[in-house]
Design a protein. Sequence first.
Length: 135
Amino acid sequence: MGMRKIEHIGIAVRDLEAANDLYEKLLGEPPYKMEEVASEGVRTSFFRSGPNKIELLEATSADSPIARYLEKRGEGIHHIAFDVADIRAEMQRLKEAGFTILSEEPKRGADNKLVAFLHPKGTHGVLVELCQEIS
């Protein structure tokens, strides 16, 4: 199976409303979805650009992963997400290949997805997200 396509690119921002305005001007249309994932301490918005998607992420709490990322690295590309058909099988395959998965089980993420992340230390500094559509 493997990774079928880039599902989206995640961008960490300090002010979601201001970033929404900027990306609306850039892409010529507003976000098609905004959502809060309380378990991860994040508010998100999603934009389409042709067949591609961009997810903007704003921290909702000071100790959330996005808040820590912004403090350490500032605004910018946070992760690249890949679409997978079977997230558990893909997590197992990648674990066997030597990658470090940041959770034992997939979590419920934004945009009706099950998600899991690979540790960036094993992927040349890129946080990689696996996404499976919840049916």
